[in-house]
Ligand binder design. Structure first.
Ligand code: FES
Length: 576
């Protein structure tokens, strides 16, 4: 691609460093205070390395090293690297949910880039929400940006058996509750399931979103599949550092890369991976930041024709380390070439088609051929009906096929505490045909739309051997989880969606092939219940939470803050 190269005077940082006035004297003298001579930063692209390393984020423990490797590349290419810490969003620890804070990290990313003399950005993220959050901020700021994904951790291991993040936790927890393994085995699983840096190594939200980011064209080709502990990962980081400097001179920005075709390719990749349902929220939020049309119907339309090729947990058998050895995302995309937009640009400075030259698959058991897919139709379906007029999501590739068309009586729980208190009560009126309903778990209701959508099976049914049931909520579900779970019901119950009106014993019909979710209660009765319903109190009276409650959008709109979506350009800061 031939793009006009910027001159040093056209660099954004020139306004801080290059002019001769009182303020720029301060910028230069203070840079010298940090030990840098004039020739080390003057007339060079300043690269902000946004680092989500933290002592409490196990998925990002290697990011101090990776930041140094990115810096090495930036120096080599003639740039000036500046590392800036940003909120870490550690999935296992942050309460009530990292989703509550995704937009805060997005705002932090955008404003760090805006308020400092940055010409370009390298984003270090990977643990679940960090990827969409940083990209949303970078899309809004629209400086040349490259994403360095954390990479998956190595396979877990227990008594010679492979363990996958999340998926095997749910599996063995149910085994333990059913009395099939004891405390000693459970402790050993705890020792063996997470044993290296890197994000969850199943096809959960982290693996899904970093792969989607590569498919969008926002990472170097092949970057998202490299395990965090592999030396290829360090080299990818250094190469990203070299490349971002060139991207600044070329002025290659997210808005040059992220068009409708890019999002179609990202959705196609997510579907072929059997990726996380969370991608439907995050990709819509990212697209809306850039003013690109993308909605749930586009996911559903593509899902009807894209086959699942990746045999990875929770939909399949293998883990991300196996996926990398089998050819990784490059291998998978090479099998989908006729469905992709190969002539669009990526951060590498070439087209997607050029990026995929030489890509191959080395193990058909891990990445299936198109004519022998894991599933003919992609694993994600969008359902609508009177229970979800604005849509909801099910990952049916990870569900019991026998439950995909099912009608049963509702057993309703009002929030997580109610679920926790009653679900294992032997007196609960429930059987395997019941439909478990959780409400008060959406973006506003919980708040923060936590991953409560994998409602636990009542213990008395587990003991009878029941391992899956139809479950419906306005929550999200971990991308590593599995089961017949209908998620993201919109509008959520907190704002008076039909979910708020369901009562115990109401019949609910799930019809995944027909893409329907219906509450079999007459409109007159629903109207009567609607009049009796009163909205719950807001969770927060002040602080970030109050801002969140005032501006969060619903799941089908991406759960962004309404004032952060695409709009008029934000004024550049004055330098005085
Ligand atoms: Fe970080 Fe799963 S806990 S990706």
């Amino acid at each position: 691609m031939n793009r006009r190269r910027k001159t040093a005077e056209e660099l954004r940082s020139h306004r801080w460093y290059g002019v001769r006035d009182l303020r720029s004297f301060g910028h230069r003298s203070r840079t010298k205070q940090m030990g840098y001579a004039d020739e080390e930063y003057r007339d060079k692209p300043v690269i902000g390395i946004i680092n989500t390393w933290s002592d409490i984020n196990p998925c990002h423990t290697h990011f101090r090293d990776r930041a140094e490797e990115v810096k090495r590349g930036v120096w080599q290419a003639g740039g000036f690297p500046v590392e800036m810490p940003a909120m870490s969003l550690s999935e296992p620890f942050q309460k009530p949910s990292t989703m509550l804070y995704r937009n805060l990290l997005a705002m932090e990313t955008e404003e760090l880039l805006r308020s400092y003399p940055m010409d370009g950005a390298v984003l270090l993220g990977g643990c679940d929400k960090t990827t969409p959050a940083m990209l949303m901020g970078a899309i809004s700021m629209d400086l040349p940006t490259i994403f360095v994904p954390a990479g998956p951790m190595l396979r877990g291991n227990w008594r010679g058996r492979t363990l996958g993040s999340g998926s095997d936790v749910w599996k063995y927890w149910d085994e333990k509750r059913a009395g099939e393994i004891g405390e000693r085995e459970w402790d050993e699983i705890e020792d063996g399931i997470a044993r290296s840096p890197g994000h969850c190594m199943t096809m959960g939200t982290a693996s899904t979103m970093t792969a989607a980011t590569e498919a969008l064209g926002m990472t170097l080709t092949g970057a998202s599949s490299i395990p965090a502990a592999d030396s290829n990962h360090s080299r990818m980081a250094a190469t990203s550092g070299r490349r971002i400097v060139e991207m600044v001179w070329e002025d290659l920005k997210p808005s040059d890369i992220l068009d409708e075709r890019a999002y179609d390719d990202a959705v196609t990749a997510v579907l072929a991976l059997g990726g996380s349902t969370n991608a439907a929220i995050h990709l819509i939020a990212m697209a809306r930041r850039g003013g690109v049309p993308l909605d749930l119907d586009r996911f559903d339309a593509l899902s009807r024709s894209v086959p699942v090729l990746a045999n990875t947990r929770p939909s399949g058998e293998y883990l991300m380390e196996d996926f990398f050895y089998a050819g990784g995302l490059r291998g998978l995309l090479s099998r989908l070439k006729d469905r992709l937009n190969l002539d669009r640009p990526t951060v590498g400075g070439r087209t997607l088609g050029e990026d995929l030259e030489g890509a191959d698959v080395y193990d058909d058991a891990v990445i299936h051929p198109v004519d022998d897919p894991l599933h003919e139709e992609a694993g994600l379906a969008i359902l609508r009906g009177n229970l979800a007029p604005d849509g909801c999501v099910i990952k049916h590739s990870a569900a019991d096929p026998g439950l995909l068309q099912h009608t049963g009586p509702a057993v309703v729980f009002d929030g997580y505490e109610d679920l926790d208190r009653r679900v294992n009560d032997p007196a609960l009126e429930v059987d395997e045909g019941s439909v478990l309903v959780l409400r008060g778990a959406g973006p506003l209701g919980a708040p923060g739309m936590p991953e409560w959508g994998l409602l636990q099976i009542p213990e008395k049914l587990l003991k009878k051997g029941v391992r899956d049931m139809v479950r419906i909520s306005d929550a999200r579900m971990s991308g590593t989880a599995y089961g017949t779970c209908v998620l993201h019901v919109a509008p959520e119950s907190h704002v008076g969606g039909t979910l708020a009106l369901v009562r115990d014993g109401d019949l609910i019909e799930l019809d995944v092939p027909g893409r329907r979710l219906e509450l079999h209660v007459s409109e007159a009765e629903l109207e009567h219940r609607r009049k009796e319903w009163s909205p719950p109190q807001s969770h927060y009276g002040r602080g970030y939470g109050a801002m969140y409650m005032g501006h969060i959008t619903q799941a089908n709109e991406g759960c962004d803050f309404d004032f952060l979506e695409a709009g008029p350009p934000v004024k550049e800061p004055e330098i005085h």
